[in-house]
Design a protein around this ligand. Structure first.
Ligand SMILES: *[C@@H]1O[C@H](CO)[C@@H](O)[C@H](O)[C@H]1NC(C)=O
Ligand SMILES: *[C@@H]1O[C@H](CO)[C@@H](O)[C@H](O)[C@H]1NC(C)=O
Length: 475
């Protein structure tokens, strides 16, 4: 843009003819700008580049990962599962350098946080590393500005821990809904009512991930240190960021796809009844059991990423189908698990979360130990629990996605389940799920096959008036 608008150069040239030529050129450029089709459709385009801004993508995100010299050697494998080399920018912040540890391909750059010993920390029993971690956003933004390396391309700053898994396409798709030029603070609450009551119901929990539009992150970077002095009594880094943003007058935009995972044990229940929104993150990876049976934790997350890479929008999306001829209800959590229940189970009951996990905080009264979502009992009795089939493999075949789920249960109830007794595998056919807002849950059908060992299911868009319920006499 600067090229045609350089008056000093015109004065330096003494040639009137040259001045005339340049003026004529300028006139043409100005009239093109004013009367081009773009400016007629959208008058504001006159002051901005003529090309529409590119949709938000991974390259517009700047990540800050909180780690430490103690945890990084072990947890970098978690980061490697989701980090996209060449498509993502960001850094891992350590408390001190690790001997022999240098930047590795496939991982963000390593940085050592600045000294924070001058800031007060008074939360009894807490960790003062909270201050260092809260300042990641500041060091990240100042690093970019100091470097002048394509600062213009950043739209969002995303903060997470070294035990956070991000699902990159869904993270980007979610942030793309918001105008990054405004001030946005996006994230999720804790699952635990107790945690939210101790910290805040209006705060983005750091392990689940905090996203901030870049203009907001830049302002926060400027004022953060003065807030840190005022909030010495708070516990964590996310409390401090929340407090400082509250002082800036900014509130949380809640996105339930961010998962802090403040529970312990088997999160099967949470993963099998995901809310109707894309999965953005999972956290506390060391506190939960492997999410697939018979695998190590790392192998199990890697396995989930196989389906997540394939159709990111659909991962964990819950679909309910009914086989009225056999009186079966099937709940699919795509890319993770299929459950078959006997009888007619209403969808509203299957949307509540089976309590397969335990509380984050041990030894408190049950009232305060409730969750931020509806739960239901998970009966471990093999004759009362559903048949469970875990995700095994996925391929694309003639424009359809075919995913297979295999029978897992070790103890199978022999007395009942006439129709599922010999069932060993479920095959699900689906199309790529287009990310759209709002999502409508899709419908599914049990296909008629002659096989007693394989059940085939087809997931498709529901018809306008179609209801997800058991229809007697059909199926
Ligand atoms: C941090 O600063 C304090 C006070 O200036 C100093 O005593 C301490 O050694 C510093 N720590 C590191 C790791 O440099
Ligand atoms: C799923 O199972 C069917 C039937 O056993 C098989 O033909 C198909 O190749 C399997 N697909 C995948 C992705 O493993």
């Amino acid at each position: 843009m600067a090229l045609p608008f350089s008056p000093p150069r015109l004065h330096l040239s003494s040639s009137i003819f040259r001045t005339f030529l340049v003026s004529a050129f300028l006139l043409i450029v100005i009239s093109l700008l004013l009367f081009s089709p773009v400016s007629r459709i959208c008058p504001s385009a006159v002051s901005s580049p003529l090309v529409a801004p590119a949709p938000t993508s991974l390259r517009h995100l700047l990540f800050g990962i909180a780690s430490s010299s103690k945890s990084w050697p072990r947890r970098k494998s978690y980061v490697r599962l989701w980090w996209r080399l060449g498509f993502m920018r960001g850094a891992v912040f350590l408390d001190s350098p690790i001997a022999g540890e240098t930047d590795e391909p496939g991982l963000p750059t390593l940085r050592v946080s600045a000294n924070t010993s001058r800031f007060p920390y008074t939360f009894e029993g807490g960790l003062r590393s909270a201050i260092r971690i809260a300042r990641i956003v500041k060091e990240l933004v100042e690093g970019v500005v100091g470097n002048d390396s394509s600062d213009a391309d950043i739209r969002w700053v995303v903060l997470g821990d070294d035990d956070t898994l991000f699902f990159p396409e869904n993270l980007v798709g979610t942030l793309a809904k918001y105008d990054w030029e405004q001030w946005y603070y996006v994230g999720g609450q804790s699952e635990s009512v107790w945690q939210n009551s101790k910290h805040s119901f209006s705060m983005a929990y750091g392990g689940g991930g905090i996203a901030m539009s870049y203009p907001l992150a830049k302002v926060l970077a400027r004022v953060l240190d003065s807030c840190l002095v005022r909030y010495a009594h708070l516990y964590g880094s996310d409390d401090r960021i929340f407090a400082c943003l509250a002082e800036l007058g900014v509130g949380l935009t809640h996105e339930p796809g961010f998962h802090q995972v403040d529970v312990r044990g088997d999160i099967f229940g949470i993963l099998s009844a995901h809310p109707l929104t894309p999965l953005i993150s999972l956290h506390h990876l060391d506190q939960i059991e492997p999410i697939f049976p018979g695998m190590t934790r790392m192998a199990a997350f890697d396995h989930l990423f196989r389906s997540a890479h394939f159709d990111p929008s659909r991962i964990l999306q819950q679909t309910i189908c009914y086989d009225s001829s056999k009186l079966l209800t099937i709940s699919v959590s795509w890319g993770y698990v299929v459950q078959i229940f006997e009888g007619n189970q209403l969808i509203v009951d299957l949307l509540s979360v089976p309590e397969t996990y335990t509380h984050w905080k041990r030894g408190l009264s049950s009232l305060i130990l409730s969750y931020m979502f509806n739960t239901r009992e998970f009966n471990k009795d093999p004759c009362k629990k559903p048949d469970v089939f875990f995700f095994e493999s996925v391929v694309q075949h003639q424009g359809r996605i075919q995913s297979n789920y295999t029978m897992h249960d070790l103890e199978i109830c022999q007395e009942r389940k006439v129709h599922t007794k010999n069932l060993k595998q479920i095959t699900i056919f689906s199309q790529f799920l287009q990310p759209r807002q709002p999502l409508r849950r899709e419908c599914c059908e049990v296909l008629q096959t002659s096989s007693a060992t394989v059940m085939e299911i087809y997931i498709r868009k529901c018809k306008d008036d179609e209801l997800i319920a058991m229809h007697q006499g059909t199926g």
